[in-house]
Design a binder for this molecule. Structure first.
Ligand code: NBP
Length: 484
């Protein structure tokens, strides 16, 4: 074993342990440390036994065991523990050494930490790591951002451990400055919320409207996974629906219907509101989890509030095909919206994002991996300045073709009283996006009526603002025309 390690890792929990085993399997020597220090020996003598690990019992020992430039990666609970560890690490590093945060940190924290660590003469990387436990061990998708000067020093290790797509390209490349990597990981997680929600909506429609059993749904997901929807989340849904509890009944039906969340979907929604981007599908997906969590109140409401009883008399096979189109159409919208959010963030935070490269990073190793991402990469390769995915000829054609069945699904679900917030909000976005004229003229008139907020006119140049004394009682003084 080498005397000095190629990289150090703090945080021997599920992600950290698996990622260092992955690094070691690629020929790297890794020094490891954990806050609860006895976990270090437990790991080195357990899963790490006989392998190239150096167990460190203090931060000082960890840093002293690293080759220069030293690379110290944290995979610890996001938030204060990351700031605390940065303070503990800094005194043991020297100019050019690199601190890496591989946890799910919120991007504004990564922007702040990059500045702070750089002010100490060191370099910083905040990297998204996706793929859960198995991804960390076998090849995650990694989305690094931070100090650009740090990338050449970690590129080889990161790309060696990352997932590879069919042509051998690693699902890891430099994303951009300061918080860009964590921002892209956050959007990835938001898209994950959206993909999961639309799948759940399809499941509820099949179960409650079409009266399908878990085994029948398992077969549908199996078929879908060999078609345009081919993806990790469709694949695991297929397996979940086929999984039986000890009594032979489908386990999924015994699980309490209240969804948890750890905040990254919410962050994506908040960021979209901050940046003024209509991220409707992901927003609805976060709210759907919130509504699911109000279980007691829903049970009470279900006893007293009536709606239509679900009954479907149409062509079941046609509806299943329509559902596939609904999922495909909504998925295109979700990515179009997510990419718009990244484009706006790039402008706001001064990042130079490579959109095709991001699709490539998501193609393997991560939870949202799917064949569909190859087409997104192609779209941005053809036109790096593509303003909206829906304007790409391939996606325009696909979404136009999907809409017939997608509309039937939404209309049927609504008339049967089955909630499909993500599928319908995506369709409304699609119709709004392709509308030359929206009713915001009336909205502007309302704003001007009650608050003298002014409006622009179709028959005058943009940028000229008008106020009307709508009632004859108001004055002619207009409000300022700033945007918030
Ligand atoms: P956890 O998020 O459960 O974090 C466990 C690690 O954080 C342990 O090393 C623990 O030390 C340390 N830690 C905690 Br908890 N509180 C601390 C504190 N106050 N000060 C210092 N250290 C503290 O582990 P994980 O699930 O492996 O995730 C690691 C990171 O990766 C997180 O940011 C997570 O969001 C992210 N992530 C997780 C997944 C996943 O699938 N689990 C996927 C992608 C990203 P201890 O041993 O002493 O308690």
């Amino acid at each position: 074993m080498k005397k000095l390690a190629d990289i150090g890792l703090i945080g021997l929990a599920v992600m950290g342990e698996n990622l260092v085993l992955n690094m070691e399997s690629k020929g790297y020597t890794v020094a490891v440390f954990n806050r609860t220090v006895d976990k270090v020996d437990k790991f080195v003598n357990g899963r790490g036994a006989g392998k190239n690990f150096i167990g460190a019992h203090s931060i000082e020992e960890l840093c002293a065991s690293l080759e220069k430039p030293r690379k110290v990666m944290m995979l610890v609970k996001a938030g204060k523990p990351v700031d605390d560890f940065i303070e503990l690490i800094i005194p043991h590093l020297e100019k050019g050494d690199i601190i890496i945060d591989g946890g799910n940190s919120h991007f504004p924290d990564t922007i702040r930490r990059t500045k702070y660590v750089e002010s100490k003469g060191l370099l910083y990387i905040g990297t998204g790591v996706s793929g859960g436990e198995e991804g960390a061990l076998k090849g995650p998708s990694m989305m690094p951002g931070g100090s650009p000067a740090a990338w050449p020093a970690v590129k080889e290790i990161f790309q060696a451990v990352a997932a590879k797509v069919e042509d051998g390209e690693p699902c890891c490349d430099w994303v951009g400055e300061d918080g860009a990597g964590h921002f892209v990981k956050m959007v990835h997680n938001g898209i994950e919320y959206g993909d999961m929600q639309i799948i759940c909506e399809a499941y509820q429609l099949m179960k409650e409207m079409l009266g399908m059993s878990a085994d029948e749904m398992h077969e549908v997901f199996k078929a879908w996974n060999n078609d345009v929807l081919d993806s990790y989340l469709i694949e695991i849904t297929r397996d979940i629906l086929g999984f039986k509890d000890e009594d032979g009944e489908p386990l999924v039906e015994k699980i309490l219907d209240t969804a948890g969340q750890k905040g990254t979907g919410k962050w994506t929604g908040v960021s979209a509101l901050d940046l003024g981007i209509p991220l409707t599908l992901i927003g609805e997906s976060v709210f759907a989890r919130c509504l699911s969590a109000q279980k007691d109140l829903r049970v009470e409401a279900s006893k007293v509030i009536n709606g239509p009883a679900a009954q479907f008399e149409g062509d079941k096979a046609q509806m299943i095909d329509d559902l596939k189109n609904a999922l495909f159409g909504a998925k295109i919208i979700s990515y179009a919206q997510g990419y718009n959010l990244m484009m706006e963030a790039a402008k706001e935070y001064g990042w130079n994002l490579n959109y095709g490269g991001i699709a490539l990073m998501w193609r393997g190793g991560c939870i949202i991996r799917s064949v569909f991402l190859a087409d997104i990469k192609t779209a941005f390769d053809k036109n790096p300045d593509l303003a909206n995915l829906l304007l790409d000829p391939y996606f325009k054609e696909k979404v136009e073709a999907a809409q017939v069945g997608w509309r039937r699904v939404c209309a049927t679900a609504l008339s049967n009283g089955i909630p499909v917030p993500a599928l319908t909000s995506a369709l409304c976005y699609f119709d709004g996006f392709r509308s030359e004229r929206l009713p915001a003229n009336l909205l502007q008139a309302q704003r001007d009526y009650f608050g003298a907020h002014t409006y622009e006119r179709l028959d005058k140049p943009r940028g000229q603002f008008f106020h009307t004394n709508w009632t004859g009682r108001g004055g002619d003084t207009a409000s300022s025309t700033y945007e918030v």
